[in-house]
Design a protein around this ligand. Structure first.
Ligand code: G
Ligand code: MN
Length: 417
């Protein structure tokens, strides 16, 4: 293979001169599907390759393998390789076939060799890292670019380490819950607390749910994590209630595998084994890109509601298909995501969005909690919009349960000016 020999030569030369070498793995697709390309369309690939050749500087070259085009950039370091790859993906290739513009999109992954030890092995390694990065780019969506950098390696090792530790952590009870108040902003009173998970990992230290929950979901621990959180929150709840008065308990549940018929049963069994009234429990569900099948999820949520547990749609306004989710899920409460909370009083766009979303929720007779209220100005904007319930750093951070009583005596929220 000419291309492979060319690569080997380039690697040896770069290694000899002690300069870096970049590799980009590029996949081209029609419309925005940069991963479903089939190698059948040789005419298009020829056009792409031709175009690429025009763009590459001397000494750089490319070749097609199956549905992937590899570009080799001798003498090019990490930054420049990343910039080139990103440009290819973002600007597209501006291609024409028989005079008509082609609706093509590209995804790409890249890697570089910066320090050489064995030219041939380092080259092969760069190819496989570029492909790994391309796969990651696909996962991120169409027209993405990912650089396989040292940071990327470190991140993957960290994920592996965290992922492998989840089962043990559930077993050993390494997860704890913090609680953040949900506040009646007119009466300045705590009306509910949301349980938020933390993980005290023995070697990595404190971990936040936005890091370990997606991993847990991917690895099949979503149900285990939810059951753990609900169980622990129900244990904490009586003391929280003693401290705060008549408040409700919010617990997050992952939509992942919530369609399983046993999911509702298990959660209800946990509720039943506590002495807590199901009506005091609000389970918050976030939409996810992978909620399938939706009717299974709907059935689970209906079962929970029939047993008296209240359901909240979490983070409305953020995420993938919030309105499709919203349209199909019957809930009691909606948590309005901070993406639709005005940043300040001049933020007309978000003011209109918050107003509109609140109007929709009111028409559906849903309790509304505005999330992410951080400043006094935002607090006033929520009041002005007719909001009654809110959550955010303005009222309180998530804290360990034993701190709650001191921070909110009898459930009273003291607002700093
Ligand atoms: O999506 P959910 O409602 O479960 O989100 C709760 C998360 O949001 C927690 O991790 C919490 O720390 C964070 N959070 C709570 N209040 C605020 C806020 O006012 N601003 C920001 N940026 N994050 C907040
Ligand atoms: Mn939540």
């Amino acid at each position: 293979m000419l291309f492979l020999r060319e690569c080997e030569d380039a690697a040896r030369e770069a290694s000899r001169r002690g300069v870096p070498l970049g590799v980009i793995a590029l996949s081209i697709g029609e419309g925005d599907e940069a991963r479903l390309w089939t190698p059948l369309d040789a005419a298009i690939f020829d056009t792409v390759s031709q175009k690429l050749r025009e763009r590459l500087r001397p000494g750089c070259f490319s070749s097609q393998f199956g549905s992937t085009i590899f570009i080799v950039l001798p003498g090019t370091g990490e930054e420049e390789t990343a910039a080139f790859g990103r440009r290819l993906v973002e600007r597209g290739l501006d291609l024409y076939l028989d005079g008509t513009p082609m609706e093509l999109s590209a995804s790409a992954g890249a890697a570089t060799v910066v320090a050489w030890s064995d030219a041939s092995r380092d080259l092969r390694d760069a190819f496989s890292r570029a492909v790994a990065a391309l796969h990651l780019a696909w996962r991120r969506g169409s027209a993405s670019f990912t650089m396989h950098s040292i940071a990327f390696d470190r991140q993957r090792r960290r994920e592996n380490c965290i992922g492998r530790a989840i089962a043990n952590a559930l077993h050993r009870g390494e997860f704890t819950l913090n609680y953040q108040p949900i506040v009646d902003v007119i009466e300045s009173r705590v009306v509910a607390v949301e349980a938020l998970m933390r993980w005290k990992h023995p070697s990595l230290g404190g971990l936040m749910p936005d890091e370990f929950v997606p991993l847990a979901e991917r690895l099949g621990y979503a149900r285990g994590l939810d059951e753990y959180a609900l169980t622990a929150a129900l244990v904490d709840f009586p003391a929280l209630r003693d401290a705060l008065g008549d408040v409700k308990l919010h617990v997050n549940i992952s939509p992942e595998q919530l369609w399983l018929p046993a999911a509702a049963q298990t959660l209800l069994a946990i509720v039943a084994s506590s002495k807590i009234d199901p009506g005091d429990i609000v389970l918050e569900v976030t939409e996810s890109a992978r909620v399938e099948p939706l009717d299974g999820l709907v059935a689970t949520l209906e079962r929970l509601r029939c047993a008296g547990v209240r359901i909240a749609i979490d983070d409305l306004g953020a995420g993938f298909n919030s309105f499709q989710f919203f349209a199909n899920i019957t809930s009691d409460v909606v948590k309005i995501d901070r993406t639709v909370v005005p940043l300040d009083r001049t933020d007309e766009r978000r003011k209109a969005m918050l107003d509109g979303v609140m109007r929709v929720c009111s028409a559906l007779r849903l309790d509304q909690i505005v999330e992410g209220v951080e400043t006094r100005e935002q607090h006033e904007l929520v009041l002005a919009a007719g909001g009654r319930l809110a959550q955010g750093f303005r009222y309180g951070f998530p804290v360990a349960p034993e701190l709650i009583a001191g921070l909110y005596p009898q459930g009273k929220v003291q607002l700093a000016r």
